[in-house]
Structures are given as C-alpha cells and as structure tokens.
Ligand binder design. Structure first.
Ligand code: SF4
Length: 107
C-alpha cells in the first residue's frame, strides 16, 4: 500500500520479509522458543498489514461501539500476560497501513 511504502522509506536498510498475511507469520508465531525473546521481538519487529474487515459492532459495556483499530499487538511486557499462549508466542505491534479506509469507516 502507499502508506506501507512511506513507512518503509523511513526505515532504510531494515530487512523486509513479505508474508501472505499478518496473522500466523511463519518463524514468528507458533514457535514456543520465542517466549524467551518476548520483549526483544517487540523491539525488533514491526508488522505492517492491511486491515481487511472494517466493521463496527455495538458494545454497550466499556464503550458504546467497538470500531476497527489501526493497530494491534503490544509493546509492553507484563509477567502475567496471556497473549503469548493465544497469539503464538510473539506479539509485536502490527500497524495497519490502510488508515484512510479505517478512519473513513469510523467517520
Ligand atoms: S497484559 Fe496487556 S499490556 Fe501487558 S504485555 Fe500483555 S497485552 Fe501487553
């Protein structure tokens, strides 16, 4: 995407690995050996993706609506985090580069 290319242009020399999807990336997700590198992966890896589903659902609990986010993942390192088990032992930031489509949907 054009925004993805803009981001890459600001990161000269950074190795880029193209993958079919940002979910279940081979060598990143599903490798329980990665748990020892939990925080290092967060500081070394940025996943760029295109959000496919743009839907807003009613919530009614902590918010009125749940809108599509511009990113997922987490840069923190809480000892009690349950995400490693659910997300395949790696949880770097994934940034969705189709931000214009996301904000247009929210608008
Ligand atoms: S518990 Fe939440 S804030 Fe802490 S590392 Fe896990 S996802 Fe991030």
């Amino acid at each position: 995407s054009p925004r993805g290319r803009q981001i890459l242009a600001r990161l000269p020399g950074v190795p880029v690995t193209e993958v079919a999807g940002h979910w279940r990336i081979p060598s990143l997700h599903g490798n329980d050996g990665n748990i020892a590198r939990w925080t290092r992966i967060k500081s070394e890896t940025l996943v760029l993706g295109v959000r496919q589903s743009l839907t807003t659902r009613p919530n009614g609990r902590s918010a009125d609506w749940i809108a599509p986010g511009a990113s997922n993942g987490c840069a923190m390192a809480c000892a009690y985090c349950y995400v490693p088990r659910r997300k395949g032992y790696a949880n770097p930031i994934t940034l969705f580069t189709n931000i214009e489509a996301i904000t247009a949907h929210v608008r």
